[in-house]
Ligand binder design. Structure first.
Ligand code: PAF
Length: 304
């Protein structure tokens, strides 16, 4: 496994890989897994999927300062390069790209990539500028690596929708592959930020997966709950946890994130739209967690 900190060296490595493949009459298939490090089983699942679908797997580890707001956790974002590299090696990664902030942003950027509409809702409403930071750094990574496929966790469902929109709008020739949420045995969605939770906060946070799972079961069992009722029920269940401070509970069509008819049943809206995202963001102590369930025809793959 090669580790690169310089953009030019990574590009050179990928270029020689492409040239060797062409000499053998093949086209090198490259899979990119962009991360901010402090890797967990969720990231490992992305790497495994990328490994099965590509000749070469590139993992990027970069805590991107421009996607953090002034009062967010940039300074305390967890980091453990040694453990990340061991996990990457174990998952058969070919190249790890871990640039410094100076390498990625040698001077303050005058250009940003911003997706409209999709980014003003859900997390975008309380994290202004966050998605501009994400799409800007993801475009840079796409230009540096030029992968055939890029892998993203569906836990960040809005990020998947925003990146997929950017890829369409800007004609990136890259397939966005959303991968299922990976959970702890107790149901908590894996996140690098889970490390901040106290034992009590972790226990409280289980309300997120429990209430989303219940809603999913209700919809699939044909209950005629309306969109409005479903949202109220979720708010009530999550709000009954004393440590939970709700940022949002949203139900929207996916991937367009457009509003639903509030008085229609969720199942009829599901038929009308094909996929519905039920997403929550809730603070436990100082830690803001997100979780979601994507309602589709049961067992169907997610297309963005
Ligand atoms: O999901 C993340 O870890 C980040 O938002 C990403 C996609 C690596 C961009 O910094």
């Amino acid at each position: 496994m090669k580790v690169f900190t310089a953009i030019s060296e990574l590009k050179e490595f990928l270029k020689s890989g492409r040239i060797s493949a062409v000499r053998e009459g093949k086209e090198l298939q490259i899979g990119l897994v962009p991360t901010m490090g402090y890797l967990h089983e969720g990231h490992a699942s992305l790497l495994r999927r990328a490994r099965t679908e590509n000749d070469l797997v590139v993992l990027s580890i970069f805590v991107n300062p421009i996607q953090f707001g002034p009062n967010e956790d940039l300074d305390r974002y967890p980091r453990d390069a040694e453990r990340d590299l061991a996990l990457a090696e174990h998952e058969g990664v070919d190249a790890v790209f871990m640039p410094s902030v100076e390498e990625m942003y040698p001077q303050p950027t005058k250009t940003k990539v911003a997706v409209a509409e999709l980014t003003s809702k859900l997390c975008g409403a309380t994290r202004p500028g966050h998605f501009d930071g994400v799409t800007t750094v993801v475009s840079k990574l796409f230009n540096i690596v030029a992968p055939n496929r890029a892998y993203f966790g569906q836990k960040d469902a809005q990020q998947v929708a925003v990146v997929a929109q950017m890829v369409k709008d800007l004609n990136f020739d890259i397939e966005i592959v959303p991968c299922p949420i990976v959970r702890e045995n107790d149901g908590l969605a894996l996140s690098s930020r889970n490390v901040y939770l106290s034992v009590g906060e972790h226990e409280s946070a289980l309300i997120l997966s429990r209430s989303l799972k219940q809603l999913e079961a209700d919809v699939y069992s044909g209950q005629a709950t309306t969109v409005m009722e479903a949202r109220q029920q979720l708010m009530q269940k999550i709000g009954s946890e004393p440590l939970a401070e709700i940022d949002y509970v949203e139900i929207a069509a996916f991937p367009g994130l457009t509003a639903l008819q509030e008085t229609n049943s969720l199942s009829s809206e599901l038929k009308a739209h094909g996929a519905i995202l039920v997403a929550v963001a809730v603070k436990f102590g100082t830690t803001r967690l997100i979780d979601n369930v994507l309602l589709t025809g049961k067992g169907e793959a997610i297309h963005v």
